[in-house]
Design a protein around this ligand. Sequence first.
Ligand code: PAF
Length: 266
Amino acid sequence: MRIVDSIAQLRDWRSNVGRLAFVPTMGNLHAGHIALVRLARQHAPYVAVSIFVNRLQFAPAEDFGSYPRSFEDDCAKLEAAGVELLFAPGETVLYPEPQGFIVEPPPQANELEGAFRQRFFHGVTTVVLKLFNCVRPEVAVFGKKDYQQLMMVKAMVRQFNLPIQVVAAETEREPDGLAMSSRNGYLSAAERAEAPRLHRLLAAIAAGTTTCSNAFDQIAAAGWKPDYFEIRRRRDLAPPQTEDRERVVLAAARLGATRLIDSLEF
Ligand code: PAF
């Protein structure tokens, strides 16, 4: 695996390879990321991954400083997964000057995650656009765990006419249902045992055996601080009309100091 930290090295490598699938990450890689890499491999003979903890998508009170960084370990996992290129730029490589131009996402970016994480999708879409411009992939793979992020990136690619196919990967789960996430590492043993409740409630909502407002109350009664449980239609995350059969339930809740998000299509 080639590891590059500059845009010039990346472009040089890129000019010598064919169809490329790209997996952007913030590192601290787990089996969920490796599943994205495996899916990327099905779409192109070359796979590139980026590791960049993007300050622009963290609010001042969020965990940018303490976000888990495990570069050596990540490299070993990507090497074992057969990735051809890792782009791991330092902050001044992607942001050599204050980022004055920012992607302005549509108003839906202020709902769900966006209602609780101010300007989160401004930060995500801006860095993803920059990474796309640097890597110039034919395919980019994003996980359904960050369902709204996937929708925002798809809409950005469509509206800016980027020649990139966005491929969605299913959420990888632990055997007890907990969605894999870099932030799961923040959980204490007791919190880890409690964490699958989020997925159980989403499954109950999807099965029609409970409602979003019941799930919200139940998780709060179990000591969590829920942000939202909402059913939306899959195609654009608008509130579903009666005729919208393809739905997704999305939730976010804080367990101790850790904010977990998850979603389930039904
Ligand atoms: O999902 C993530 O890890 C990040 O939001 C992304 C897409 C790499 C942008 O920083």
